[in-house]
Design a protein around this ligand. Structure first.
Ligand code: ZN
Ligand code: FE
Length: 256
């Protein structure tokens, strides 16, 4: 089984760039392209040559670096088919259930709409890694900007149903503010309180709080826990469908 090397680095205000490298095949993937100089620096530090950019969604803080990286390296740009007109230099548009063979690495494309209408997640089953963009964050989730709350809830459930030890790489470092919101919703969740403290300590030392994994999120991410009795009662929607509880939580987070 091919286990790639992964390099995650902070860039822009609070974005993460990620490089995935398979030395044997000389394949290097950039997950999104938030900032070309930061991606180039990360590549140069390791002596890796960019072969592909895997785009999760069209927002500028995930795509602005594409034209410069593409012209410099000739890499192949892969991204959501549903957003092809909004992503610069896109070579290959993909959607669920497409699979990508990238050297020895195999990725499955999952449709995870809601934050944007065509947002996709790249899941590498053998490597047990998923790149979830701005759909799920540590203890949080993306804003529902283009889709509906039902859509976003279904996308989050899809990620939650991946194998529990799947490492999740997210687009942003929002963990501490998400954790504070989470504790306000589920004050009796000891694991969540503990995790917020760990995240605050990590950030105070400038360490990233990501990646996370499915199991940790199931225990501490209130947006994935919209189906639990404690949270339903807290938001006074004991009998509503799960997605309505989720919509209420997302709404409260927007005002938190
Ligand atoms: Zn975004
Ligand atoms: Fe973003």
């Amino acid at each position: 089984m091919a286990q790639p090397q992964i390099h995650q680095f902070a860039c822009l205000k609070d974005n993460y760039g990620v490089l995935v490298h398979d030395a044997e095949e000389g394949v290097t993937l950039s997950i999104d392209a938030p900032d070309a100089p930061a991606v180039k620096r990360a590549l140069d530090e390791r002596g890796w040559k960019l072969t592909h950019i895997l785009v999760t969604h069209h927002h500028a803080d995930h795509t602005a670096g594409i034209p410069s990286l593409k012209s410099e390296t000739g890499c192949t740009v892969i991204g959501p088919k549903a957003e092809s007109v909004r992503i610069p230099c896109l070579d290959v548009g993909v959607a669920e259930p497409d699979a990508l063979a990238l050297g020895r690495l195999e990725a499955k494309v999952l449709d995870t709409p809601g934050h944007t209408i065509g947002h996709i997640t790249y899941w590498f089953p053998a490597a047990q890694i998923a790149f979830v963009g701005d759909t799920l964050f540590a203890m949080g989730c993306g804003r529902v900007l283009e889709g509906t709350p039902q859509m976003m809830w279904a996308s989050l459930r899809k990620i939650a149903e991946l194998p529990r030890d799947t490492q999740l790489y997210c687009g942003h470092e929002y963990t501490v503010s998400n954790g504070k919101f989470g504790v306000s919703i589920e004050p009796g969740n000891a694991r969540l309180i503990e995790r917020l403290a760990e995240a605050e300590a990590a950030r105070a030392e400038g360490r990233p709080t990501l990646p996370t994994n499915v199991e940790i999120e199931l225990e501490t991410n209130v947006f994935l826990r919209a189906d639990t009795r404690e949270i339903r009662e807290h938001v006074k929607l004991p009998l509503a469908p799960d997605w309505k509880v989720f919509a209420e939580l997302r709404d409260r987070k927007n005002r938190f």
